[in-house]
Write a new protein. Structure first.
Length: 324
């Protein structure tokens, strides 16, 4: 009788354990919410909608991936919303890591509302390299020309902007003393100003400027990716010239801290398959995007590498970022 009671107790415990453990087969049972920290119509939104649509094919149960735009504070509001979401695998988001890391390091995780190192990475969408450009009318054609120029002017929107951030990183790494020309309302204003020759150089993410380089309006002097973009195969990278700087837009997919590893693995598998789906890759090519897909490990490595670069130049960035 004692043995039977013991066996029953063990069996009961096993049943309780099985009942309380999350079932891989049961996830996901409902739609996945995908947070975009910017408004509809931009690059982050476009990537998210196409990936979400394609991921549905590869998620168990063929569940929907619903896009939710949460805007504000230069992408930080949506990122904080993701950070605070229930860590059950039903909420993910596409983060602008290059925008999040410097602010957190300047003000601290408590004030920022997130800790970049505690997000659970799902995968890497793209690492779009930045270009250093000048007007095609300019006499500046190489990095050596930049070094020889005594008063090198560099166009930005303003201190604290993304272009300012990358400009500081790039100029510091190349040892270029620059004079920033600010006050532009965004790429829409800086682009024609650069073509006119209002300043010597400026920097921005590469893919959007392919048409202007091909048309001869702009000249690409240098690119800051790990490797050369196919569209700029004749333009050297900073690393090739001996400068230890990789400056890229980091589009990384993340889940809230504490999301179970087994559920993240299901999300990662569906995400990676979606990124290599023939319909998705056709969209990438048609939209002239530059995908650089990867899983959890690749996403974590990209985030860590950028964090190291920011740490190196934090003194030059902190005073401005703390005012934001």
């Amino acid at each position: 009788m004692k043995k039977l009671a013991c066996s029953f107790a063990v069996a009961t415990g096993l049943l309780a354990c099985v009942a309380s453990a999350p079932s891989l087969a049961a996830f996901p049972e409902k739609e996945i919410t995908w947070i975009v920290p910017y408004s509809p119509g931009g690059g982050f939104d476009a990537w998210s909608r196409q990936i979400g649509l394609t991921m549905k094919k590869y998620l168990p149960g063929n569940v929907d991936v619903v896009i939710k735009n949460v805007t504000g504070a230069g992408g930080r509001t949506g990122s904080i919303t993701l950070y605070r979401a229930k860590p059950d695998g039903y909420t993910v988001g596409l983060l602008d890591v290059a925008g999040l890391v410097p602010y957190q390091k300047a003000v601290g995780a408590a004030k920022a509302g997130y800790d970049i190192d505690k997000y659970v990475w799902v995968g890497r969408v793209a690492t779009e390299p930045w270009l250093l450009m000048t007007s095609s009318k300019s006499l500046l054609k190489t990095v050596d020309d930049l070094k020889k120029k005594k008063d090198l002017s560099w166009g930005i929107e303003g201190e604290g902007s993304t272009k300012w951030l990358y400009s500081v990183l790039e100029a510091n790494e190349m040892g270029l003393p620059v004079r920033f020309v600010s006050g532009y309302g965004g790429t829409g204003e800086i682009l024609p100003a650069s073509i006119r020759g209002d300043f010597d150089v400026w920097t921005n993410a590469g893919p959007a400027h392919i048409p202007y380089v091909k048309s001869g309006d702009l000249r690409a002097l240098l690119q800051f990716g790990e490797r050369r973009m196919p569209a700029f195969a004749d333009v050297p990278t900073a690393k090739e010239l001996g400068f230890n700087v990789v400056a890229e837009i980091l589009r990384l997919v993340a889940a809230p801290p504490g999301t179970p590893a087994d559920r993240v693995k299901i999300l990662e598998d569906a995400f990676v398959k979606a990124m290599h789906d023939k319909d998705f890759t056709a969209w990438v090519e048609k939209s002239k995007q530059e995908a650089n897909p990867g899983g959890q490990k690749e996403a974590a490595a990209s985030a860590a590498n950028f964090s190291s670069l920011i740490e190196k130049h934090m003194n030059a960035l902190r005073a401005v970022l703390q005012k934001q």
